[in-house]
Each structure stands twice: as C-alpha cells, then as structure tokens.
Design a binder for this molecule. Sequence first.
Ligand SMILES: C[S@@+](CC[C@H](N)C(=O)[O-])C[C@H]1O[C@@H](n2cnc3c(N)ncnc32)[C@H](O)[C@@H]1O
Length: 285
Amino acid sequence: MAGRRRNPGETCLNYRHAFHAGNFADLVKHACLLSMLGRLTGAQDGPLGVIDTHAGAGLYDITGDEALKSGEAAAGVARLMADAAAPQVFASLKAAVEKANPDGALRFYPGSPRLIADALRPADSLVACETRPDDLARLRQNLVGPNRQVLGDDGYATALKGAGSGRTLVHIDPPFERADEYDRIAATVAGVVRRNPKAAIMIWLPLKDLETFDAFLRTLETMQLPRALVVETRLRPLHDPMRMNGCALVILNDPPGLEADAGVASGWIAGALGEAGGQGRVWRL
Ligand SMILES: C[S@@+](CC[C@H](N)C(=O)[O-])C[C@H]1O[C@@H](n2cnc3c(N)ncnc32)[C@H](O)[C@@H]1O
C-alpha cells in the first residue's frame, strides 16, 4: 500500500499501481491534474513540456485480479462514474474514462501519462518515466504517439535534467516504498525550482499520520519556494496510522482557477467516498 514507511536504506520494488488504480486518491489527483493541464494549455499559451516522474503503466484493467482483490476501484471510480450529479470538475476525468472504455462497460482506468498525453496540444510534449520493467513495457504499449517519450530512467533525475527554462509541469507521484522518498522529492523540487522558478510542480502524498506530512511541509517551508497550494483529502480522521486515511497534493505555481477546482474535487471525494469525520481542505503553505 502506498505510504508505507521503511527502514532507512531499505528498498522495496513491490509497489504495483494496478492494485490502486481508480481509487479515491487517483480521482483527486487526476481531476486536479486535468484541471491544471486545461489551464496551462489555453489557445494563447506557448508550448508546455510535462515530465511525469513516476508514470506507472498508463492504463489499468480494473476488472483484473489486482483491482478486484483490493476493491479500491469499486470504491472509487465506479462510484464516480455512477454518480450523474458529481461536480463538473470531474467532467474531463469522466470523459477520459469513457474514452478508455468505448464499449460502455467500465473495465479500464487511464493513468496519469495517458491523461496528460490526451490533454496536450500538438506543440506540447511529455516525458514519462517508469522503472519497473513490467509496467514500463505496458507503458510503452499504452503511450504511443508523437511528442511522447517513455523512459525507463529514474524520474527524479530526469526531472532535474529536463526541467529547463520553458513552460514546464512536473508531476511527482512516487510509490513511497523507500525511506528516503520524501528527501528525494524535496531535493528534486529544490533543483527544478532553481533551474526554472516558474515551473508548475504537482506532488502527490499519502496521508496516514500527520507527523510525516507535517515534517515534509516543514522541509518545504525552509526552501524559499513560491507559496504552495495544499489539497488535503481525508477519508476519515487520522486515528490509525497503519491505514492510508487520505491523500494530499502539494502544488507549486498553480495556475489561476485550480484552487477552486481542487476544493470542489477534494470536498466531493471526502464527502461521497469517505467516512464520518472525513473532510476536504485546500490551503496555502
Ligand atoms: C503511484 S505509481 C504511479 C501512478 C501514476 N502516476 C498514475 O497516476 O497513474 C508510482 C510508480 O512509480 C514507479 N517508480 C518507482 N520508483 C521510480 C523512480 N525512481 N523513477 C520512475 N518511476 C519509479 C513505480 O514502479 C510505480 O509504477
């Protein structure tokens, strides 16, 4: 499960997003990502380069063994798709899910690289990184087309190399399997902002206990960054730190309008998919 903490130095390469695809956390993340992309790719905007540092497989069969075993897609995207009254902020995500399922039955859920690629204009570009060989092979099949590059390289190093000086969005969505994941995110954010202060950066984080999240925010606060937008979605109070009780997005250089969309998306997920005491909250660091 995402968000597990391990001993320093210990690595584990067991994370497979197929268990979690289409869960509540994907829905908040992907609705906000699509809102952000829509706002960064207006008719008057210059070309946008996107780096998806942790891309996953790009498309997931949510009727497969992994998704059925976890039940997370059933509790997430299946409920969103069944709710005709869900807020407008989910319209682009719903349309992308429908596009991935032309037969009408809900079987496939698109991951971040597919959503990004479909939202980009011809002059924009995407670099998607995935280090797990089986998911990398799937990603190569699921992400074909011009201006889309799939790399089996470390996403953090690729972001540091590729953030350049042009209009850039970096999406950082790690599995949180390694004890140094938070440090690597902070170092990558620092490096990207140093090279390209206007780069938009979206970071996904698990919410289990508040201490880990607070420690990461405190690290960011010492780094003299642009004021970040924080989107906290809690499914339940954080009483049990062994569970993923929610998720958060930390977004730098968010485009105008994203804050309102994020508030609606987070609030709806917490209210419709969460338990008593769940809440969505958007604030500035
Ligand atoms: C949470 S999943 C990504 C989900 C995807 N972003 C989405 O929203 O559909 C994290 C992925 O990162 C991959 N990964 C782990 N460490 C990596 C690294 N250093 N660079 C690139 N990918 C990595 C994992 O194999 C896993 O597939």
